[in-house]
Design a binder for this molecule. Sequence first.
Ligand SMILES: [Zn+2]
Length: 321
Amino acid sequence: MSPVHFAKRLLASAPVHNTVGALLRRPGVQVLMYHRIGSLDPEFSGLDLDVFRDHIRWLSANTQLIRPEQLSDPALYARTRKPAVLLTFDDGFRDFFVNAYPVLAEHEAPALVFLPTEAVQEGGTIWPEALLCRLARARKAGAFETLLNGLQPNHSVLLQDHAHAPTGALKTVSNDARLAFIDDVVTTLTTLGINTHIDRQMMTWDEIASTRPLVDYGAHTHSHPIVSRMDKDTFARDMARCCELLEQGLGARPTRFAWPNGRREDFSATALETLHGLGFEQVFTTVEGVNNEPHSTSAIRRLPTSTPDAASLNALMLRAS
Ligand SMILES: [Zn+2]
């Protein structure tokens, strides 16, 4: 074991965590952000399931796992031995139901899951995953060059310049330009005889219903756009559809929301006004940090969780400011 890892293990041990850790840690509520847990489909994978089990076992022993409504409880923002932690999962993948939920249920650990309603309703997956999966299929079939030649010139240039990370580039262009690019890729691949269908990656409404009441659900838009790249009216329509489907599927209007991608440049003050107009009370970002007061619920910070074990997760939580 390396000295660094030994130190992390020591910091994560209960006696140190409850004493030194309590002093080192910035007081406040920590919101952890997970995506996929384990793998159900060879084309997609997420955090290793054993690592996730290790996280939840350690978190349930050493922190207070809270429900989203407790974010407004001022008592949880004081310096404590066991910090308050809210578990969140973006995108509502089926591996949440199959892999993560049984672990959460075993530890009675509450969670909040954000649903992009288009993929939940219609199957397939959110666009970044779908695009990368289709491009991987083109490469596997030896058809990547042919794809480049078949695309419209501006799309071909974009894909050539960002062959391994086109989703990053597409997050910076207008929503219409992103949709046109994806449409061109799908049409061209279809012409080349490459399968562009993506099997359902999301939970069904029945699966979602069966995880309640331990799990709460929030909105994550309908089409998972980069909201700052979309005009106000298009965002309002996207959210209206999202709220309608969530109300149908969950029996109540959602009051919690997470921005897709969630960095400061991915959302705007105007879009936040739209959310407030729709009655959203808690808005989650992917901006990293500890939440140190109960009133700032319009830009809730979260911490990523792709650590190799619980000791590293604890080190991440200790470092967060
Ligand atoms: Zn997402």
